[in-house]
Ligand binder design. Structure first.
Ligand SMILES: Nc1ncnc2c1ncn2[C@@H]1O[C@H](COP(=O)(O)OP(=O)(O)OP(=O)(O)O)[C@@H](O)[C@H]1O
Length: 915
């Protein structure tokens, strides 16, 4: 029973290790038991497994230094105290092992655990012997490690009373826990470390010890001031003062019965020996009185003490090792749990990743499928597009081919047309050239003939000119004498003036010389003044005489013109044109061509006499001048230039062309070298030269047309031709004619007349329905009003030059016109007959007699240019063609009538300016 109690007590002092923990650390136990891996190796492995414990190297020496402490403390503890101390120490050790992390490896080895920090508690045995105060364990870093409060694996054994055993050499002997104090982790089963006891003496001692009836009791133990008792109701320890150990009550469990097989094996032979100690039931007889050793209580006690001390130290050592292993196991388990949890986490992560991978794969597949579909769709679309483009290109190509073919055909057609046109033009040109060549040939022949005639005429002219020259010489002599007289007078006046000037100078000198004599001076001054006044008067008289000479010249000129007749008639025969065959020409002769050139013989039509003989009458006409077909416009203008000069001198001059259509009226009057432009040029030049004599001229032109007895403005808007109405108004007082709404052009330069003529021709062509038709069927009148002023003499002149291109004079019966043309012809004939009537009336010379100007628009327009107040020149134009012979004869007869008319003296419209 005592053995059982002792065993129980001893067992209870050992570390209570949970049963589950034992089972879990089988491998560790096995390793430890078999010694395959030394604790240090395991620790190292653990340290290597756990990278979170890097302080192994630094803490190990500390642990080792701890192991260097004296294993046997100087204090003695009994069983109960030892149990508490073991527990406390193991907790401290475990704490140290936990808190030092890497230092754990040092704590699990033999002797690697630091010694208990508190003094070993007193046992019941030691209680009987004072062992002195326990040495307080110095405070280490283990006590303040923060993991104490972290509730780690080791922390779960708070309050567990464990003392370590040197179990590595003790055979495994599972010893169940006996009743124990309540523990927060529940009852645990302690594992006795394997014992490998080789020391038989110690074993024997152990057996003897087991046989001791040790009485457990509540003892007091001394703990380190830094130690904290942990349990369900932890009691905080108040830090004790150094040297005054804190006393903690320790409850010692009931003594367990030792059932260790080894112990029981080794104890049995000892039982045969005599009891070494006296017990209650010992008999005095059992005592060996011979030796007396049974009574040597002190030695026995010392032996036991020593043995117990060794035993306890061994047990503590073993317990520490066991505890270290447990902690290792716990750490492994923790690590395993952590690894498992991380593995679970990794597995979950792996699963999640796999799921994600699967989903990504499916997405990838879907995307690939979609890509394939899209690619296929795009290829299809591209194919469609390509096909459409091909079709469009084909259609465009076909269209362009068609267009180009059409264009080619068009161009070919145009080329053919152009070729035809060019061929036509070339053929026309060729024919024209051939015609021109023929014409030139005939023209050259005619020219030769004409030049011969001209030569003869020139000879005649020379002789007549010699006569004229003779007469002119007489006139010139007279004029020269007059001029000489004038010059003499002028010279005299000039010399007088010079003399006077010298006299003035002499008089001035004399005045200066005779300053003293006033009377003489005043007389001399009077004389000088008189001489000067005489000289000035003489000069003025000379100038006046010169002006009178100019006036006289004009008068003489006018008298010459009057002598030539106020109405003169010139006859002009146009040449035959290239298109007109020479055989169709009327035989005409100019008998006085070389002399006066006033006659023309025109062979009349064939006439049958009563006897049946055919004869042609030779008609001789005499005019003021006859111009043959070779006469040029310049020569014609020479003859009329004196009349144009009269217009500048203030006379109304009227020059008109009369004749049938195509007789050359327009050529003579309005062509670019005709009478109108030549007259304008001459007037311009003369006006310029007269500026020296104080004359300033302004020239204003009108161009009108009389068509169907209506007046049209040829310089106005062509659209208004035949529409706009123009009235003719006469100022009877001033003898001036005004046309309403007429365009008047100021002739600032002679070149302007050309544009005026072109403008008029363009307007007439716009109104014409057929070529050349308008000019043939209407009268055109170019009116040039000349206003001259002499700022010296104060003279003023207003003359008007009328250049008239009459309509064709062919008779109605011959023209065969009807309708509109008939009306035109009637109007033309009426106006021409009215012109004849006016001229005839003027020729009668009755003062105050009626002149039928109003019978036609033409005569009414020319009222102040026909008659005594004007100078009139009529060109009778004759066509050389046989077909026009009848009309030519009629025209010549009409012209002869006019030529035989004597119109009264023309009056110059000149007035002296008032004031
Ligand atoms: N002296 C000439 N020298 C050369 N050609 C002339 C001459 N006179 C007239 N002609 C030509 O004769 C043709 C007819 O002349 P023009 O048109 O002047 O006749 P017209 O009498 O004015 O006719 P219409 O009454 O129809 O106006 C024109 O081709 C013109 O060039």
């Amino acid at each position: 029973m005592e053995d059982e109690n002792l065993t129980q007590t001893r067992v209870s002092t050992r570390t209570r290790i949970p049963q589950a923990g034992l089972r879990e650390m089988t491998s560790a136990t096995t390793n430890s038991r078999s010694g395959i891996l030394p604790p240090g190796t395991i620790a190292n492995k653990a340290a290597s497994v756990s990278p979170t414990r890097p302080k192994t190297a630094t803490n190990a020496p500390e642990a080792r230094s701890g192991s260097a402490r004296p294993a046997a403390g100087t204090t003695k503890t009994h069983n109960k105290g030892n149990s508490f101390a073991s527990s406390t120490m193991s907790r401290s050790a475990s704490t140290a092992s936990r808190t030092t992390n890497g230092a754990f490896s040092a704590t699990v080895g033999y002797g690697a655990r630091p010694p208990p920090a508190m003094s070993r508690p007193h046992s019941s045995l030691s209680a009987r012997k004072h062992t002195g105060p326990s040495i307080p364990r110095p405070a280490t870093s283990l006590d303040t490690h923060p993991e104490d409060a972290a509730g780690s694996v080791l922390g779960k054994r708070k309050g567990t009373h464990i003392f370590s055993l040197s179990s590595s050499r003790i055979p495994s002997c599972p010893i169940p826990y006996g009743p124990s104090e309540p523990h927060q982790d529940g009852p645990r089963k302690a594992v006795v470390p394997p014992a490998n006891i080789s020391d038989l003496d110690e074993t024997a001692l152990c057996a003897e010890l087991f046989n001791m009836d040790l009485q457990t009791s509540v003892t007091e133990t001394t703990v380190s001031p830094s130690c904290v008792l942990k349990g369900p109701n932890p009691t905080p320890l108040v830090p004790a003062k150094p040297g005054s150990p804190h006393k903690v009550p320790v409850v010692t469990p009931a003594r367990p019965s030792c059932k260790h097989p080894s112990v029981s094996l080794k104890r049995s032979p000892r039982k045969a020996r005599a009891p070494l100690f006296l017990r209650k039931d010992s008999s005095i007889r059992d005592i060996d009185h011979t030796t007396g050793s049974e009574w040597d209580q002190d030695s026995k006690e010392r032996t036991m003490e020593e043995f117990f001390t060794r035993m306890m130290s061994r047990m503590n050592q073993t317990g520490q090792e066991s505890f270290g292993l447990k902690e290792t196991v716990e750490l492994y388990k923790t690590r395993i749990n952590e690894l498992e949890s991380s593995r679970d986490g990794l597995t979950e992560t792996n699963l999640t990743l796999r799921v994600e991978l699967e989903s990504l794969k499916s997405q990838l597949n879907t995307a690939e499928n979609a890509l394939k579909d899209a690619k296929r769709d795009q290829e299809i679309a591209l194919d469609d597009l390509d096909r459409r483009q091909r079709v469009e290109m084909e259609s465009i190509r076909q269209d362009s081919t068609k267009d180009s073919e059409a264009l080619n055909a068009q161009h070919q057609e145009q080329i053919r047309e152009l070729k035809r046109q060019f061929e036509r033009e070339i053929s026309d040109e060729k024919a024209a050239r051939v015609r021109e060549l023929g014409q030139l040939t005939s023209q050259s022949a005619m020219d030769t003939q004409k030049s011969e005639i001209e030569l003869e005429r020139k000879n005649r002219e020379i002789s007549s000119l010699q006569n004229d020259l003779q007469a002119a010489r007489v006139d010139l002599d007279r004029e020269c004498k007059t001029v000489q007289d004038l010059r003499h007078n002028l010279d005299t006046a000039s010399s007088n003036s010079v003399t006077l000037e010298s006299s003035i100078r002499a008089l001035k000198a004399r005045i200066e010389f005779l300053e003293g004599g006033r009377e003489e001076q005043s007389e001399a001054f009077e004389r000088c003044n008189q001489q000067m006044m005489d000289a000035l008067a003489e000069t003025e008289a000379t100038k006046e005489k010169l002006r009178r000479e100019e006036t006289l010249r004009r008068k003489l000129h006018n008298q010459v013109q009057e002598l030539k007749g106020n109405i003169r008639v010139f006859c002009r025969v146009r040449p035959s044109l290239n298109s007109e065959p020479a055989s169709d020409l009327t035989p005409m002769q100019y008998p006085d061509h070389s002399e006066d050139a006033k006659e023309i013989n025109v062979m009349g039509p064939e006439e049958k006499s009563s006897l049946g003989t055919v004869s042609r009458k030779n008609n001789t006409f005499t005019f003021d001048r006859v111009f043959g077909p070779s006469t040029q416009n310049a020569e014609v203008f020479d003859e009329i230039s004196q009349l144009v000069q009269s217009a500048l001198d203030g006379y109304n001059v009227c020059i008109f062309c009369y004749g049938q259509t195509g007789s050359g009226k327009t050529y003579t009057m309005s062509s670019l070298d005709g009478m109108i432009p030549r007259a304008v040029h001459q007037i311009w030049e003369t006006a310029q030269s007269l500026e020296e004599k104080g004359w300033r001229y302004t020239m204003a032109g009108n161009f009108v047309e009389v068509y169907n007895e209506n007046l049209n403005d040829l310089l106005g808007n062509p659209d208004e031709l035949d529409k706009k109405k123009h009235d003719i108004r006469h100022d009877m007082q001033r003898g001036k004619t005004v046309i309403t709404d007429i365009t008047t052009v100021q002739l600032d330069s002679p070149e302007m007349v050309e544009s005026i003529l072109k403008h008029a021709a363009a307007n007439r062509s716009v109104a014409a329905t057929k070529a050349n038709e308008r000019s043939s069927r209407s009268h055109s009148v170019f009116i040039l009003k000349l206003l001259g002023e002499n700022h010296i003499t104060g003279e003023r002149s207003e003359g008007t030059l009328n250049l008239v291109d009459l309509a064709g004079s062919e008779r109605l019966s011959h023209s065969g016109a009807t309708g509109e043309r008939l009306k035109e012809t009637q109007n033309i004939n009426r106006s021409l007959s009215s012109l004849g009537d006016v001229i005839a009336a003027l020729g009668q010379g009755k003062e105050g007699g009626h002149i039928p100007y109003r019978n036609s628009k033409l005569t009414y327009l020319l009222q102040f240019s026909l008659g005594g107040n004007s100078k009139t020149l009529m060109f009778v134009m004759v066509s050389p063609l046989q077909v026009h012979l009848s009309e030519s004869l009629t025209s010549l007869k009409f012209a002869t009538k006019v030529h035989n008319t004597h119109i009264g003296t023309a009056k110059r419209q000149a007035r002296v300016r008032d004031g």
